[in-house]
Design a binder for this molecule. Structure first.
Ligand code: ADP
Ligand code: MG
Length: 357
């Protein structure tokens, strides 16, 4: 196994009596883009501070390329940082802002000029080199901050909600751009956001944090299609959730279950679920199939609501026992409240997880 670019091992943090971070582990492989995703107050900035060296954990270790840096201050750690608030020096030009970390490191003037030009070009801001921070937009200011964080070729890039203050369309453009630049530079990155879509677009891997604890860890696809819990499923997107119990002993991961109405369902048991505990079946709306004719493994119901989403429409279908299922359909398909239809899904699309949390 290659040595991780960053490893947090059992780090904890308490502010007075309140526990911000329970023993927390996180690794970033060389070149990897990892997103720390969680609701506000879940501990994301605390983890980032520990990774940066602006916070010393109460317990645990921080390793940078295998070396213990737990107590090493930020300026000795070779990390680039970008924050939500624009932190440019207002009295320096864009070029001088980007040059600053190189001047601190006493690089020769010729090297500074070359690197500043290279990184300003990388973020598309070479023409604005002589402007001052007050003369650029919010999105441009964050590009400058990114160039300044990358110009000294850091061992690690840390970003704390860098796009949170930026409008949706520009935010989507910058997401693509940050991702493209990270792929080019291969700098190991820990990116913090509370925005699920942002995390899914950008990441090689997502670590979900909840109340100071890791709630999930995997690729965006893994976490979206096989969430480890009801909470993770609902946090990452829309989900149909049904409390169930085993109808037969599981065969491998394939699992036959029964709901309170006696309906037989099947799905894949998540590795983290205890088959003897309380269980829930989770299925994404886009995996639900709506048909006008009866089909095996589809239940009759009535459309009770339809909501237009642009590319898709969300259809709420009430089954005869009152279970309301949310299905996502092509927007151009003609369907209306009151329609009698049948709804089902491929068994492979259903995940059985622990019902707690
Ligand atoms: P996030 O970045 O996910 O919003 P934080 O890491 O900033 O979360 O905070 C985690 C928890 O620790 C929150 O409950 C927050 O109120 C608390 N906290 C953070 N910083 C301090 C501090 N300096 N003093 C006291 N409590 C803090
Ligand atoms: Mg924060």
């Amino acid at each position: 196994m290659t040595t991780p670019a960053l490893a947090l091992e059992g780090v904890t943090k308490q502010y007075g009596a309140s526990v911000a971070l329970k023993p927390f582990d996180l690794t970033i492989a060389p070149g990897e883009f990892v997103t720390l995703l969680g609701p506000s107050g879940s501990g994301k900035t605390t983890v980032l501070g520990i990774a940066a060296g602006t916070l010393v954990p109460d317990a645990g270790r921080v390793l940078s390329h295998g070396k213990d840096v737990t107590r090493q201050p930020t300026h000795l750690r070779n990390v680039g940082m970008v924050f939500q608030r624009y932190t440019l020096f207002p009295n320096m030009s864009v070029a001088d802002n980007v040059a600053f970390p190189l001047k601190v490191r006493k690089e020769p003037a010729r090297v500074i000029a070359e690197k500043v030009a290279h990184y300003l070009d990388l973020v598309g801001l070479l023409p604005l080199a002589d402007r001052y921070p007050s003369q650029v937009s919010g999105g441009q200011a964050q590009r400058v901050a990114l160039a300044r964080a990358l110009v000294f070729e850091p061992a690690l890039l840390l970003m704390d909600e860098p796009l949170a203050a930026i409008d949706r369309r520009l935010r989507q453009m910058l997401q693509e751009e940050i991702r493209r630049i990270q792929r080019r530079t291969r700098v190991p990155t820990l990116y913090v956001t509370h925005d699920q879509d942002e995390a899914m677009h950008m990441s090689d891997r997502i670590v979900i944090i909840r109340d100071g604890e890791m709630a999930a860890n995997g690729t965006p696809q893994d976490l979206y299609w096989t969430p480890p819990s009801v909470w993770a499923a609902e946090f990452l997107g829309d989900a149909n959730v049904r409390h169930v119990e085993l109808a037969a002993p599981p065969e491998g991961r394939a699992c036959a279950v029964r709901d309170a109405a006696g309906r037989r369902l099947s799905g894949t048991l998540h590795p983290s679920a205890c088959p003897k505990g309380r269980l829930a079946l989770v299925v994404r709306p886009e995996d639900c199939v709506v048909r006008r004719q009866p089909e095996p493994d589809a239940w009759p119901g009535r459309v009770v609501d339809v909501s237009f989403r642009g590319a898709t429409q969300e259809v709420w279908v009430e089954l005869e026992d009152g279970w309301t299922i949310r299905a996502s359909m092509r927007a151009r398909e003609d369907i209306h409240p009151g329609s009698a239809i049948h709804v089902g899904w491929p068994a492979a699309a259903a995940v059985i997880v622990g019902a707690q949390g």
